[in-house]
Design a protein around this ligand. Sequence first.
Ligand code: AKG
Ligand code: FE2
Length: 201
Amino acid sequence: MDLFSEEKTVLKLPNAELIYIPNFLNQHKANYFFEYLKLNVAWQHDDITIFGKTYKQPRLTALYAENNASYSYSNITMYPKPFTSEVLEIKHYIEKESRHKFTSALINLYRDGNDSNGWHADNEKELGENPIIASLSLGEARPFHFKHRNLKEERHKIILEHGSLLIMKGAMQHHWLHQIAKTKKAIGVRINLTFRKVETI
Ligand SMILES: O=C(O)CCC(=O)C(=O)O
Ligand SMILES: [Fe+2]
């Protein structure tokens, strides 16, 4: 399924609910936040260790939070910086829309089509049982693929456009995997902010 619509779309899937809002931020705000974040975020380029081999992560990242809860995945532990007023402003818009409170924003910068985020679920224990994850996209539009772990016919994609918001809910992180794949197309920078509730454990 290829999803492309001007409207807010609610996708009810087996073991998951997804909400996609294409023009969540207007173009002016989306452009402003994109340029601001590109220049001002404290981007990190971490090593990841997979099956005993160490690589540079294929994207830049940063973690902001209202508490000092660290967040670990793929053998990386990230320590947060305090929210900046710009990230807080985005968080407030998203909390209003989702009627949910978030503690942390994990931010990804995909420099070009070689940067990616491999198949994974956001199922770290710090996120709790059925986390809501709200994901804001800025800059180059890229496909977000998601597939059910057991139901082979359940494979979908959504193009995440500049200024769009994707909300992942329900048991999605237990039953589905998602990715941002590499592409050979000559494409520009994309920034993605995923708002999460990270518990101090
Ligand atoms: O870049 C995206 O849209 C997805 C990011 C993601 O899945 C993550 O950071 O866990
Ligand atoms: Fe993810």
